[in-house]
Design a protein around this ligand. Structure first.
Ligand code: SF4
Length: 388
């Protein structure tokens, strides 16, 4: 890499988006009231409680924008694509308004020396505070020679950038544990960030692609509260990955009644029957796809579109077990009781109430299901991993 003689101006993501016709400046002006409403709805949608949502709003109104360094390795960029295509309440735009995206190889107009300089400037300026987001698997075979950027291996880059990060997030199944690149026979020795960064806390947001709301919720919590969510043994936020798809699948009643699609396009398939016999991995897959559909389009998730769950959020299922193989049923019978329709929704603190104002109702209702999931989390794994 040639010597970098001068540090260029930080890359302006908004300028790039303006050229693409979707820059914040080209959107209709957002009033403070609408901004508060949007941020509140976003916070609630990702599972933050009323009080936490209020803190998000406070931080957003103050213009607190944490530095985010986004690394790409062996992947298809599907997680970035999915994030950018969320449309309501405009999360793609909102995340650009809420964070300072200081390095992102897909969105960068800069290249070569300028990109390298921006990366190092952000690392120095925000050492110990920036959020390092890793997308893609990291090849470790033959000293990682199979993935190089700017003359450095992915292995070197991830170790260097993660060393000074305030929080590390692996987005997608590839970054979490290898995903597609690690499928048998895994010729490059592809693996996930937690495997490379042993001893560090790495939040995993698996999925192919990952649900962007799960990333957003984790980032918002770190930004506003300085903590990470309670994680399971695989590093996944419990609020998003605490239950199996099967536990809250809209086709569950058909499973319980013994009504199954036997083949694609048969009468049962057309009637929306359970997809277990077609290889659905929902009974062994922990994720919230069934309650947080993609891109805010109703039923935009595999089972909603008539395809069996592939198990992409599970290390030992997606890209490991053949698509049409069936899995063991962890919980063969439905729960004894279902949540009541009119359960209490908790309280919203005074500060939050004052800021959220008209949005409080939306927080209490829109975020109800996810808030319940957070409230039921077990004790945090460490002092830094908790929800307020
Ligand atoms: Fe839904 Fe799959 Fe469970 Fe059937 S097996 S109820 S389709 S998660």
């Amino acid at each position: 890499m040639p010597h970098v003689s001068s540090v260029p101006e930080p890359f302006d993501v908004s300028a790039l988006l303006r050229s693409l016709g979707s820059a914040p400046s080209e959107r209709p002006p957002v009033s403070r009231r609408d901004f508060v409403r949007i941020v509140s709805a976003a916070a609630a949608a990702v599972g933050l409680t009323g009080a936490a949502a209020g803190k998000v709003v406070e931080a957003a109104v103050k213009g607190v924008k944490p530095s985010v360094i986004w690394l790409h390795f062996q992947e298809c960029t599907g997680c970035t694509e999915s994030l950018l295509r969320t449309s309501h309440p405009g999360i793609g735009s909102l995340i650009l308004d809420l964070i300072s995206l200081d390095y992102h190889e897909t969105l960068f107009a800069a290249a070569g020396q300028q990109a390298e300089a921006a990366l190092h400037e952000a690392m120095e300026k925000h050492a110990g505070k920036y959020v390092c987001i890793i997308e893609g698997a990291i090849p470790v075979k033959d000293n990682g020679v199979y993935c190089k950027i700017g003359g450095k291996t992915a292995l070197d880059i991830v170790n260097t950038v993660a060393a000074k990060a305030g929080a590390i997030i692996a987005i997608g199944s590839c970054a979490s544990w290898g995903g597609v690149p690690s499928a048998d026979p895994n010729p490059t020795g592809a693996t996930g960030a937690p495997d490379v960064l042993k001893g560090k806390t790495v939040v995993t947001i698996p999925g192919c692609p990952a649900n962007p709301y799960n990333l957003l919720g984790t980032v918002l919590q770190f930004v506003t509260l300085g903590t990470l969510p309670a994680l399971d043994e695989k590093g996944r936020p419990k609020w998003a990955y605490g239950r199996t798809i099967h536990e809250h699948c809209p086709r569950r009643a058909h499973f319980d009644a013994g009504r199954f699609a036997e083949a694609y396009g048969d009468a049962g398939h057309r009637e929306g029957y359970c997809l277990y016999k077609l290889g659905c991995k929902g009974p062994a897959t922990h994720a919230n796809c069934s309650t947080n559909h993609f891109n805010e389009v109703p039923d935009a998730w595999p089972i909603g579109l008539g395809h069996p769950c592939f198990g992409c959020t599970e290390q030992k299922l997606g890209f490991r077990v053949p698509l049409h193989d069936t899995v063991d049923i962890e919980r063969p019978t439905p729960p004894d009781t279902y949540p009541g329709i009119h359960e209490p929704t908790g309280t919203i603190g005074a500060v939050a109430a004052g800021l959220v104002g008209v949005a409080a109702g939306a927080v209490a209702t829109y975020g109800y299901m996810n808030s319940k999931a957070i409230d039921s989390d077990a004790a945090p794994a460490s002092p830094k991993q908790e929800r307020s």
